[in-house]
Design a protein around this ligand. Sequence first.
Ligand code: CAA
Length: 284
Amino acid sequence: MIKHIAIIGAGQMGSGIAQVCATAGYKVLLVDLSDDHLTKAQENITKSLDRLITKEVLPSQAKERTLANLSFSEKIENPHSLDLVLEAVNENLDLKIHLFKNLDDLLPPQAIFATNTSSLSISTLASNTARPQQVIGVHFMNPAPLMPLVEIIRGQETSDATYKEIEKMVQHIGKTPVLSHDFPGFIVNRILMPMINEAIFALQDGVATAQDIDIAMRLGTHHPMGPLELADFIGLDTCLSIMQVLHTGFKNDKYLPCPLLEKYVKSGWLGKKSGRGFYEYTKI
Ligand code: CAA
């Protein structure tokens, strides 16, 4: 049974995942090499909890309870007590392989290794550990505290026991799980990213302004955000890297990233986080 969880990587996804797990009662250690990231994560979690309490999504006692279940560290403390480690570090396959190899020596043999990767191969990560049956994808949507879906991705060797344990955990934190097999982009990004990429082609072709493309999709198809606004929100570098994974993985030119997307990323226009993407943002 999962009780103690370490989340590696205190960026937006890692801190959001740590928050929802701690709110659900798990003991969570959030680990990051950077002390600054940990401080920022702590601030963001507090802010996020305040917003959820104001919106009456959570009761007011949830803040104290969640914070009491969370600890922050620059290294993995008490690795022997961990039942699950979930990595949310940068989308770099070599980095993730290196991390899982190191964790393999540190953690008890029964511990589960989960990755929040948005599109990289679970089977490749698993094959670089001595526990491929206990490696699994657990992909949260952004922002993790608000989005109700979690994709669970089974690698080639993921065991039924590992899958069931993770499915139970996802349900326990109040999210709805869907099962995806290990193909590039899984379910959500395989469908979402080509749509975003097409919206960027439409902008590049001069079909309409960014505003009108977004209004069309918001009001015409009831999406909460238009595709360009959503791309800015996700990060244009992330969108590009997922398109590249789809293109390389399926060897099909229908997944070629739009040149305008590549140009923006090369220019450092990464969306909301850099202050500039398809829109300008004053608050970075
Ligand atoms: N915790 C964290 N972030 C919060 C939050 C909370 N409690 N409450 C709100 N937010 C964030 C939003 O990101 C946004 O940022 P800022 O205000 O700080 O600029 C803002 O708060 C919006 O807040 P609102 O209260 O105005 O918005 P809302 O509650 O009405 O809805 C939303 C916000 C849920 C994000 C909604 O706009 C939405 O559903 N958008 C689409 C999101 C989506 O599609 N996500 C999936 C992306 S794909 C993915 O994640 C997969 C991948 O691998 C790339």
